[in-house]
Design a protein around this ligand. Structure first.
Ligand SMILES: [Zn+2]
Length: 369
């Protein structure tokens, strides 16, 4: 289990690397689809495998509720239960536990929350999250952090930053599984001093990787990118960096240039379900009448099963009828689009031409409707 940077770009901070886990090797930078409950929304695991997904992320707190610890102990882990041979990340649930529909209360001990399945009351602490991720057997476990919604008072972010640092220290002490890597998370909202303080403290701890959390929650894009910079500046360059929850193609390409190695987001599949699909010439809204007789694939050079078999006209027809199956077809394309974008980024970094690729992509991606 290790992370090795194999090449650094000379003009940007982009880099390519090899991330070795207990279930195989990942080429970085990479994108992880979200497999919340053991399956991605409208995509099965075999399809994720077919479209060259290297790794996905699941959620510790949801797996704790269902199927639950006992069942995952019986199957000797989540990999066996779902029959997935490649690496898996698990998020602690710090983000979802703050959802107003489930959240009850929080203090320095941990978080109390309601099950979205049956309303039952539960508690998660930094230690319990590590213990559960050990049972899940994910290759990469995330610490429990205190994540605040965008647009709260500065005081709320100060408390969350200090709590995240304290919980990170408790997580390190609780983590004993030698087959599982543990990542720390930097919080601090969009505040420069809080981000820097948190990054410096998290960076001091012996984590295998470093994540930046609490962004892409509705804050202005410029503030988000500044917060990424404030965090990255104080993180060990040689460690793998994971930017949590960021999935727009532009943000990914910009962040690769800052030195980020790993991304996850529900954005591509959520967009697909609403009929928005990614192309290198910008996203398109497939419900528009102009696609009703376009007998071409979404992208001619895309190797996804949807583009290899179907035309825009056919997909438009299904979307207008609100056929559920179209959500499968469009989600496949949007995820494969991001995988291809990251594959191309890796090639361009290898060649030393990432900066011009990045500029061209950002210019072209704005062109279409
Ligand atoms: Zn495609």
């Amino acid at each position: 289990m290790s992370f090795t940077i194999t090449k650094k770009d000379k003009k940007t901070n982009a880099r390519i690397g090899i991330f070795k886990t207990n279930h195989g090797t990942i080429k970085t930078p990479f994108f992880m689809p979200v497999v919340t409950k053991g399956i991605a929304k409208f995509i099965t695991l075999d399809i994720l495998d077919d479209i060259k997904t290297q790794c996905f992320i699941s959620n510790c707190y949801l797996l704790y509720l269902k199927p639950g610890k006992e069942l995952l102990e019986k199957t000797k882990g989540y990999h066996n239960f779902i029959n997935w041979k490649k690496p898996i990340f698990t998020d602690s649930g710090g983000f979802q536990l703050k959802n107003p529909s489930f959240f009850i209360s929080m203090n320095d001990k941990g978080v109390w929350f309601k099950s979205p399945f049956d309303g039952s009351k539960h508690f998660m602490s930094p230690e319990k999250v590590i213990e559960m991720q050990n049972v899940i057997g994910s290759d990469i476990a995330m610490i429990l952090d205190d994540m605040q919604d965008a647009n709260l008072s500065r005081e709320a972010y100060e408390i969350a930053t200090d709590r995240t640092i304290a919980w990170a220290k408790r997580a390190i002490l609780a983590h004993k599984n030698k087959k599982q890597m543990l990542f720390g998370i930097v919080q601090g909202g969009v505040y420069k001093d809080l981000r820097e303080k948190c990054a410096k403290e998290i960076n001091k701890l012996p984590f295998d990787g470093l994540a930046i959390g609490g962004l892409a929650l509705g804050e202005p894009k410029e503030s988000m990118h500044k917060a990424i910079d404030y965090s990255l500046k104080h993180l060990d360059e040689e460690k793998i960096k994971y930017l949590m929850g960021l999935g727009s193609p532009e943000d990914i390409i910009v962040s690769i240039g800052k030195g980020v190695d790993c991304f996850d987001s529900i954005y591509p599949t959520k967009m697909a379900r609403h009929g928005f699909i990614f192309t290198r010439k910008g996203p398109i809204f497939l419900k528009k009448a102009k696609y009703k007789d376009v007998f071409e694939p979404i992208e001619k050079d895309c190797d996804c099963p949807t583009c290899k078999r179907h035309t825009l006209a056919y997909l438009h027809h299904l979307l207008r009828l609100d056929e559920p199956g179209v959500k499968i077809l469009l989600s496949i394309h949007n995820i494969r689009f991001l995988h291809r974008l990251l594959e191309d980024s890796r090639k361009e970094i290898e060649k030393g031409t990432f900066e011009s690729f990045q500029k061209k992509f950002l210019k072209e991606f704005k062109k279409r409707d």
